[in-house]
Write a protein that binds this ligand. Structure first.
Ligand code: GLU
Length: 288
C-alpha cells in the first residue's frame, strides 16, 4: 500500500499534484493500492474545509484511492502508546525550553543546525541555565518529549534504507544519519505526538510498503528508521521525488506564488492539463 499524506493546512497546489502523480506511478509499477492519510495532528492549523477541498481536488484529478482514509487526529492514543513504550525504556525525556528560548540561545552560542535549519537541541540546562531547568522539571510544567538520540542509536545496528527510482527499481542503500537531527521532539507541549512519531506508527498500521514523498523529507527518513528500529516496525521502501521549485528557487508554497489546483481549474485547465503541467515543472533542472 502507498499513501498520499497531505496536511489540511491549505489547498493543494501543483507540487502536491506532482506528489500524487509520483505515488500513482509507483503504485502502478509495483501493483499496489494508494490510500490517503490526512496529517492533521496540529489542530491549531488543520481545518475541515481544507480537508474537504483536498479530497475534492483529488476527485477532480481523477485519483483512484483506497478508502477509508486515515485521519491522524483520530489516532492520538496509538501515538501515545508508542511514546509510552519508549518512555518505559528511558529513551525519551521531557524538555521545557520553548522554541523561542531555543532559538535565542542558539543565536548566541551558534549551535549547529539540523537538516531543516532548526538549532540542534542543546539541553535545557544549557539553554535555560541549570536552576531554571531544574525548577521547571520540579514543578512538572508542561513540556515536550524528546528522543535521546545517542542512547536510541546505541542499541540499534547501523541503519539504512532502500531508495527506489520512480518506477520502483532499487537504486541504492542510503545510510541514515540520525545524529544530524539530535534529540528530536516526539510529542509537543500542545500536541501529544509529532510528525515523526505519527508517520512511523501510521506507515506500520496501514501496511505502507512504499513511501513516496518529496525529497525535502529525505533527511527525516533517518529519524523514521530509528523509530522503526526502536518500535520493532518494518521498514518500507522509499522514493523521494523531485520538487517543483518556485520562481525564487525555493520549494513551491503559497508564499512564493503557488497557485492552488482550484485556481487552475477555475482558469479553465482540465485535470489532464494540470497533470501535464506538474510533470513538466518537475522535470525542470534547478540549481542546487
Ligand atoms: N504531511 C507531509 C506533508 O504534507 C507529508 C508527510 C510524508 O509523506 O511523510 O508534506
Amino acid at each position: 500500500m502507498l499513501r498520499f499524506a497531505p496536511s489540511p493546512n491549505g489547498l493543494l497546489h501543483i507540487g502536491h499534484a506532482y506528489s500524487v502523480i509520483a505515488n500513482e506511478r509507483m503504485a502502478d509499477a509495483v501493483g499496489r493500492a494508494l490510500t490517503v492519510r490526512i496529517e492533521d495532528i496540529d489542530q491549531t492549523r488543520a481545518r475541515p474545509h481544507f480537508e474537504a477541498a483536498i479530497l475534492a481536488d483529488l476527485d477532480w484529478l481523477g485519483v483512484d484511492w483506497k478508502r477509508p482514509l486515515r485521519r491522524q487526529s483520530e489516532h492520538f492514543a496509538a501515538y501515545e502508546a508508542a511514546l509510552d513504550a519508549l518512555r518505559a525504556r528511558d529513551l525519551v525525556y521531557p524538555s521545557f525550553a520553548s522554541r523561542r528560548e531555543i532559538a535565542e540561545s542558539a543565536r548566541i552560542t551558534g549551535a549547529p543546525r539540523d537538516p531543516d535549519g532548526a538549532p540542534i537541541f542543546a539541553g535545557d540546562a544549557d539553554i535555560l541555565g541549570e536552576r531554571e531547568a531544574a525548577r521547571r522539571r520540579r514543578e512538572d510544567e508542561p513540556g515536550a518529549w524528546r528522543l535521546d538520540m545517542a542512547r536510541a542509536i546505541a542499541g540499534l545496528p547501523p541503519l539504512d534504507w532502500t531508495e527506489l527510482d520512480g518506477t520502483g527499481k532499487s537504486v541504492m542503500r542510503v545510510a541514515a544519519d540520525p545524529l544530524a537531527w539530535g534529540d528530536v521532539v516526539l510529542a509537543r507541549k500542545d500536541v501529544p505526538t509529532s510528525y515523526h512519531l505519527s508517520v512511523v506508527v501510521d506507515d506500520a498500521v496501514q501496511g505502507i510498503s512504499h513511501v513516496v514523498r518529496g525529497e525535502d523529507l529525505m533527511p527525516s527518513t533517518a529519524v523514521h528508521r530509528v523509530l522503526q528500529g526502536l518500535l520493532g516496525l518494518p521498514a518500507p521502501l522509499y522514493h523521494h521525488h523531485r520538487l517543483i521549485m518556485g520562481p525564487d528557487g525555493r520549494k513551491l508554497s503559497k508564499s512564493n506564488g503557488a497557485e492552488g489546483l482550484s485556481a487552475l481549474r477555475e482558469a479553465g485547465l482540465g485535470p489532464a492539463d494540470v497533470r501535464a503541467r506538474a510533470v513538466d515543472l518537475a522535470a525542470v533542472e534547478t540549481e542546487a
